[in-house]
Write a protein that binds this ligand. Structure first.
Ligand code: GRF
Length: 203
């Protein structure tokens, strides 16, 4: 099977997935990484690994629909069994989401349904929660909705600021995202309504 990853920035989740795949010798092809602008740092890591890196500039498109159509074309040309959103900071159109339905996953830096949207760490601090974390989920048309595959929680500690809290959450992201991807590749995720049933491993 093959994976196409969409990024907008540093790409540390993408890197975590690739490194574990290499270490555990997954039978997978990283068919490409696509960023929506050329400054996305994760493109450098992809190139260093010989993973094809592409830029589909959102600014060169007059509308979301046209940008997403270009993305779909690129992803389909690469041949993706799974599309992994890893810090991809563009809202996707319903047409895009429908096209990849059931094979499009995202990681969100909060314990959904708490704190959808942006600035999750700051908002968690302001709300005074004692636990925060990250969620891997299938993408459906509602932003940060969709069947949850797995979550990791981390404590919010006295004296935390956005930087310390986001670092703790990011470390947890790097644990759970590769695991969720592997489950998908192993055919272990069954979507049942808005729930995901994890199937036992085949022996
Ligand atoms: C992560 O916090 C992820 O949860 C969010 O964007 C950030 C991306 O980080 N969607 P990176 O680019 O994977 O380092």
């Amino acid at each position: 099977p093959s994976i196409v990853t969409l990024i907008s920035g540093r790409g540390s989740n993408f890197e975590a997935i690739v490194k574990i795949a290499q270490k555990e010798q997954w039978q997978v092809t990283f068919a490409g990484v696509i960023a929506n602008h050329s400054e996305a740092k994760g493109l450098d890591f992809a190139r260093s690994q010989g993973i094809p890196a592409f830029i589909v500039e959102h600014r060169e498109h007059p509308s979301r629909e046209s940008f997403d159509a270009a993305l779909i074309e690129k992803i389909d040309a690469l041949g993706a069994d799974l599309v992994v959103l890893a810090g991809f900071m563009r809202i996707l159109t319903p047409a895009f989401i429908r096209h990849f339905e059931g094979r499009l996953i995202n990681i969100h830096p909060a314990l959904l349904p708490a704190f959808p949207g942006l600035h999750t760490h700051q908002r968690a601090l302001e709300a005074g929660v004692s636990e925060h974390g990250a969620t891997v989920h299938f993408v459906t048309e509602g932003v940060d909705e969709g069947p949850i595959i797995c979550q990791a929680s981390v404590p919010v500690l006295v004296g935390d600021d956005e930087k310390s809290l986001s670092a703790r959450v990011l470390a947890a992201e790097h644990q759970i995202y590769p695991r969720a991807v592997k489950w998908f590749l192993d055919g272990r995720l069954r979507i049942d309504g808005n729930q995901v049933q994890l199937q036992p491993p085949e022996s």
